[in-house]
Design a binder for this molecule. Structure first.
Ligand SMILES: [Zn+2]
Length: 138
């Protein structure tokens, strides 16, 4: 399974909603959930992708002009793609870590349950071990 599949499975939004999210996207203020929703729309809607491109360019130009020592000319399309790729990669990584944490939590809970059952002498692992070592000691 593609690990970024959760992005393509995220909630569908209208172009209006996507456009409203552009400033927050550029300022890196979208929550992980909203970022997935936004990226999903941008990946599938040329109109909004173009809109993002325009906003990205304006945003970049302002930053560029504010820099003391601007170097070289910038090539917009690769820069936007890089920006989108970086944010996607970050989101996929976070998603993976969340899954891993959930798994570790699950395993910990199972161990605690096993331990409690054992304490309650339902499983008798400790009892059997104690018996075993008593057997060796004899
Ligand atoms: Zn759209």
């Amino acid at each position: 399974m593609d690990s970024s599949e959760f992005i393509s499975k995220s909630r569908k939004i209208t172009c209006r909603e996507a456009e409203a999210m552009i400033p927050d996207y550029l300022e890196d203020r979208l929550s992980d959930k909203d970022l997935a929703v936004f990226l999903n729309h941008i990946n599938n809607c040329n109109k909004c992708h173009d809109e993002l491109e325009t906003n990205f360019m304006v945003d970049l130009t302002v930053r560029y002009l504010n820099e003391e020592d601007p170097q070289g000319s910038f090539n917009l399309k690769p820069m936007l793609q890089k920006n989108i790729n970086e944010k996607t990669a970050r989101l996929v990584h976070k998603h993976r870590m969340r899954k891993l944490r959930a798994l570790i939590f699950f395993i910990t809970m199972m161990l605690i349950i096993l331990w409690l059952l054992d304490l309650a002498h339902v499983l008798g692992i400790t009892d059997a071990a104690a018996e075993f070592f008593r057997g060796i000691g004899r």
